[in-house]
Design a protein around this ligand. Structure first.
Ligand code: ADP
Ligand code: MG
Length: 649
């Protein structure tokens, strides 16, 4: 029997195992560390920051391919160590495993300079801070020659002809303009994390970016960060974002997150940092995006600069050659922290925040005594909108921006009644002073001091049955009344379910069940989801094989279009599988229900109702966006109005 293996012509004859030469090892490592000029920029700026630089200058030629020079005013390198700096696994930053686990420098692997040196022409010019010489020393990487060179204390690293030794790699590079853009992005990432350091970037002899060092006063990091954010991301970013501050045990999240209205089509303005290091981290990205879930729908991408500060022992930074990825010991904890931090920042209604800065003057007036909306003798406390016009709103002027933002603390049942009142048919005798069509709206002409502090102002009119107009300290406020009310109802439903624990939404039986002709799939869904429906306060059951009967609805929505409500909830449920529906789709279901519970367009509102709507918006979390992520109100400032009429030109 012939046991010889069949010939394998594609196999080379076996060669003995050998250790690779150092240079080749570095070139292999360079493949991981240096993808393009921007990678070199990042490593060199990392080094400058680790050396305590306060001013970093980056000079580029041909998008960084011909030259990358990074100059810093850090502590420098003594001449005796220059050659070592280019060696593999040579570092001044860690000495042992314990130091690796507690590392607080950007670099620690000691391979960046070696890798770059193996694929480009590197020179180091450095003058050590404590050196006796009045000049620096220049090391030519190619020749290993060291000569004196003029320099103030600090280091200049020059990298020429990147990838000259690995032409295959060079072919992957894009145009100079593209490479320059990547280099700028690399510097931008550093600049956001280190506002106290000045940065400038030159390309082909022209200054392309300059971010001045921010003075750190009193250690208020947000105050230091803000001007840098404005410099790097534009002045708009500050106006269009909110501060984040969240503190847990051994874990802190801070920074700024963009308003939902200013989300972008691409995720190109999401800056996340862990202990000052820019990272691309799925946990953080996902947590941040999910914090926007309820206020930003579809594919839109939020903008943010978020800083996670965590005990170094709870994060491993040594998982990726370029250190752009990290591994958290407890990623759930980080996810929750980031999500809560961002959610909190987004939840507070913004009108009050704006007003609290505009109306900073303390006021002795309280709402209870100053509210000038006259109470007609017959007026019921709750109006058609289900909004309590007689409630005593908190004083905005005297409280800090957030202090007054309390959840509705009335018993759930009572809130439900407010909402139930929503559906009183329009034809019912209006108890409040309905404004006649033709007559001008009779709003008091001068606001009282208390009214002047209402963030969303006092209602003055309703426009085409769609918008509410109000006057506030800044100018004119326009409110999309359906969108706004939908959010209010939605937040209430969520709150009711949250506070109810495992018990269902309060439900109200219908005197006469509402029946409707149902498709077989609607009947099937109603039968499958009986429990889920009950949990949501709905009783929908077969009346005949082709008919469904709605016997009870959430008390909050009792006056609504019951059949429409049932149909949309069934349609929504049909898309989900039973196991996940209550947790994952809960909010979608509640949003659908809220849409049916919210006041419709073309519904005539009284001034009291409009004012009540505005006050509810001020007190409802996330009320600046409707359930579909669109804005519910807009401010037209006096200045914008003046501009419209060319006043003061
Ligand atoms: P790592 O940063 O991981 O230590 P590098 O290869 O980037 O490795 O740098 C090697 C060493 O060279 C550093 O540990 C540091 O001591 C020194 N070095 C590099 N760049 C600078 C600089 N700009 N200023 C002072 N020292 C530097
Ligand atoms: Mg380094």
């Amino acid at each position: 029997m012939n046991t010889a293996a069949p010939p394998r012509p594609h196999l080379q004859p076996r060669r003995p195992i050998q250790e690779l030469p150092d240079e080749l090892i570095s070139q292999i490592a360079a493949g991981e560390v240096v993808e393009r000029p921007a990678s070199v920029v990042r490593e060199l700026v990392d080094n400058a920051l680790d050396a305590g630089a306060t001013q970093i200058t980056v000079r580029l030629l041909a998008g960084g391919v011909r030259l990358i020079s990074v100059e810093d005013d850090g502590y420098g390198i003594p001449p005796g160590e220059l050659a070592t700096a280019l060696k593999r696994h040579a570092t001044s930053k860690i000495r042992n495993l314990a130091e690796l686990e507690a590392v607080d420098t950007m670099g620690f692997r000691g391979e960046a300079l070696a890798a770059i040196h193996s694929i480009a022409d590197v020179s180091l010019l450095s003058r050590h801070l404590d050196a006796p010489d009045a000049h620096g020393w220049l090391l030519q990487g190619r020749t290993g020659e060291i000569t004196p060179g003029a320099r103030t204390p600090g280091t200049t690293v020059e990298v020429r002809e990147l990838f000259y030794a690995t032409p295959a790699r060079r072919k992957f590079l894009k145009t100079d303009a593209t490479e320059l853009a990547h280099c700028l992005e690399a510097v931008r990432r550093h600049a956001l994390a280190r506002p106290e350091v000045g940065f400038s970037v030159w390309h082909e002899g022209k200054l392309v970016e300059q971010w001045r060092a921010q003075r750190v006063e009193g250690g208020d990091e947000t105050a230091v960060l803000s001007p840098r954010l404005a410099d790097v991301l534009g002045d708009d970013f500050l106006a269009e974002s909110l501060p984040v501050q969240w503190q847990g045990t051994g874990l802190r999240v801070w920074g700024r997150v963009g308003l939902p209205d200013h989300a972008r089509a691409r995720a190109d303005r999401q800056f996340a940092y862990v202990n000052g290091r820019y990272v691309r981290d799925k946990v953080i990205t996902h947590a941040a995006r999910s914090a926007y879930e309820d206020v930003l729908h579809g594919q839109r991408q939020p903008v943010y600069a978020l800083f996670v500060e965590i005990d170094p022992a709870r994060v491993d930074v040594n998982v990726h050659p370029t250190k752009i990825e990290v591994r958290f010991r407890d990623s759930r904890e980080v996810h929750q922290a980031v999500r809560h931090a961002v959610e909190n920042a987004l939840a507070a209604p913004r009108a009050a925040l704006a007003a609290s800065t505009v109306n900073a003057t303390p006021s002795s007036h309280t709402w209870a005594t100053e509210a000038t909306v006259p109470s007609p003798p017959l007026m019921r406390p709750q109006t058609q909108l289900g909004l309590d016009v007689n409630a005593t709103p908190p004083s905005f002027a005297s409280a800090p921006a957030h202090a007054w933002l309390r959840r509705d603390e009335r018993p759930v049942g009572q809130q439900v009644n407010d909402l139930a009142a929503l559906w009183r048919p329009t034809s019912a005798p209006a108890v409040t002073n309905v404004v006649p069509n033709a007559a001008p709206v009779a709003a008091p002409t001068t606001p009282t001091p208390a009214e002047a502090t209402w963030p969303l102002g006092r209602a003055i009119a309703q426009l085409h049955g769609v918008y509410v107009l109000a006057e506030n300290a800044q100018g004119l406020v326009l409110v999309d009344m359906h969108a706004a009310h939908e959010r209010i109802v939605y937040e209430r439903l969520k709150l009711q379910l949250d506070t109810a624990g495992d018990s269902p939404l309060p439900s109200q039986p219908l005197l006469i069940p509402a029946t409707f002709a149902a498709t077989p799939s609607e009947v099937a869904t109603a039968e499958t989801y009986t429990d889920t429906l009950r949990h949501l306060g709905l009783d929908i059951s077969p009346f005949s094989p082709q008919t469904l009967a709605v016997r009870a609805v959430p008390a909050a929505l009792a006056q609504g279009q019951v059949v429409e409500l049932a149909r949309s909830v069934l349609a929504e449920l049909a898309q989900h599988d039973a196991a996940t529906v209550v947790q994952r789709a809960r909010n979608e279901l509640l949003a659908t229900m809220a849409c049916h519970g919210a006041v419709r367009a073309n519904r005539k509102l009284t001034l009291e109702e409009m004012n009540a709507l505005l006050r509810q918006m001020e007190a409802t979390e996330r009320s600046d966006q409707c359930n579909h992520g669109r804005p519910t109100w807009r401010q037209l400032s006096l200045r914008e109005l003046d501009a419209l009429f060319l006043r003061g030109r």
